[in-house]
Design a protein around this ligand. Structure first.
Ligand code: HAM
Length: 422
């Protein structure tokens, strides 16, 4: 029979790697807590219409990349391609931002699904740590999100980060910029990729995002978004810049930076890291002041970011950075004979109840084989019991890193292990 493999573009997180995921997720939760963001978990599938209305009909994500299907009740369902739309849907539905002046700061960690061409750092299922902050239109709210994001990378140990920011401004500014781009690119129509011919009518800002070399050439010298900002939008982005500088966060202003969703207005940003090759965006975000209203809520400003966990781990690996590995020291019980194994079975339950990480062989293998397994599993201590130890109510406690071995009374085991840092 042919073997069944994982679907293209997906990764299994195997036991040898899962501690890294746990560590990154723990850091994400810690940093969110410190910045006073609370966790939210929303379904991984939603009504397809949410993404059409929220993310935008003409975006690549909605057009080409969604996993959409009819469920058995004949509803059109989509596996979420990103986290923001679902969070906005949920907080409107729960009435969390229904009050005038309500503020809400949430974070999430979870999988997203995009039918993209798999490559290093680009998967069909990827995971994001993201945050969304509702209710404050102030530039300080944008900056709080950016500071949290950069703090997250710092705590994980990611190096060589570059933050680029831009502003598309309010609705009118965005429209003026869009018109200016169309005016600039229309005479160059013949030089654009086929996709960008279509984009020129439907969503010209997307052309700035295209990786196609024809589009990259054609947009050289394209106007920058800043030239079209209203004075309120200009004041907003200047304040963001000032607050970032105050916080000693270096950044680059990039007037041609756009991001793949229609919901953005005002500030947007992207962070790249070394070691990622072509897919070097480790995270990005921006403000979306019209999205809540667009999805049926009371007009409420919002801003947030999403950060790819696979890419973060890839960057760390390629940068040669080790994540901290706080791991309880594993204790392995070694039994010489059946009576010892029975006694160890009980001892294992006692030690586990006392909070130690303990395991033992269940097969009656030789003492030598048991030590080998203990070593392979990365145990820190072996507690060996044979007839002599049973008679004396003791064990032989061996520190596997130093080789040191002492006899310990059974009643003293927990205290001795604790003293030894287990
Ligand atoms: P995004 O830029 O599409 O934004 O995704 C955020 C991050 O997720 C990317 O920078 C990247 O690290 C990672 N990512 C995206 N697609 C893939 C993929 N196919 N494979 C691996 N990693 C990927 C958003 O999704 C917005 N919802 C962010 C946001 C939140 N904006 C405001 N609030």
């Amino acid at each position: 029979m042919s073997k069944i493999t994982a679907p293209r573009g997906t990764l299994d997180i195997l036991p040898a790697q899962s501690w890294k995921w746990q560590t990154v997720e723990r850091i994400a939760r810690e940093v969110s807590t410190v910045y006073h963001f609370a966790e939210i978990r929303t379904p991984i599938f939603e009504h397809t219409e949410l993404f059409h209305r929220g993310v935008g009909e003409t975006t690549d994500v909605v057009n080409k990349e969604m996993y959409t299907f009819q469920d058995r009740g004949d509803r059109s369902i989509t596996l979420r391609p990103e986290g923001t739309a679902g969070v906005v849907r949920a907080v409107i539905e729960a009435g969390l931002i229904a009050q005038e002046g309500a503020r809400l700061k949430v974070f999430y960690i979870g999988p997203n699904f995009r039918y993209e061409r798999p490559a290093s750092g680009r998967y069909r299922q990827h995971h994001q740590f993201g945050v969304e902050a509702f209710g404050a239109a102030e530039p300080a709210q944008d900056v709080e999100c950016i500071l949290l994001q950069m703090d997250f990378y710092r705590r994980c140990g990611v190096k060589d980060l570059a933050l680029r920011i831009n502003s598309l401004g309010d609705r009118e500014s965005k429209q003026r910029y869009r018109d200016a781009l169309v005016a600039y690119l229309s005479p160059k129509r013949a030089e654009l990729s086929d996709d960008s011919h279509r984009r020129l009518e439907s969503n010209p800002l997307r052309i700035l995002d295209s990786k196609d070399p024809r589009d990259v050439d054609a947009r050289q010298g394209a106007p920058s978004a800043h030239e079209y900002l209203s004075s309120a939008s200009q004041t907003h982005i200047r304040r963001v810049e000032a607050l970032l500088s105050d916080a000693s966060i270096s950044f680059q202003l990039d007037g041609n930076l756009v991001r793949g969703f229609d919901y953005y207005s005002e500030t947007l940003w992207e962070v790249t890291a070394s070691g990622l090759g072509a897919q070097d965006a480790i995270g990005g975000g921006g403000r979306y002041d019209n999205l809540v209203e667009q999805l049926g809520g009371r007009p409420t400003p919002g801003v947030g970011f999403g950060s790819g966990i696979e890419r973060l781990l890839l960057a760390l690996e390629n940068q040669g950075v080790q994540l901290p590995r706080p791991q309880p020291k594993l204790i392995w019980l070694v039994s010489h004979g059946d009576a010892a194994r029975e006694a160890n079975w009980k001892l294992m339950q006692e030690l586990r109840q006392a909070g130690f990480a303990v395991d033992m062989d269940l097969f009656g293998r030789s003492v030598k084989a048991q030590f080998k397994v203990a070593d392979r599993e990365g145990a820190a201590f072996c507690l060996t019991t044979g007839d002599a130890e049973l008679a004396a109510a003791s064990v032989l406690m061996k520190n596997l890193s130093t080789g040191e071995q002492v006899t310990v009374a059974r009643s003293e085991i927990a205290a001795r292990l604790r003293a030894a840092g287990a």
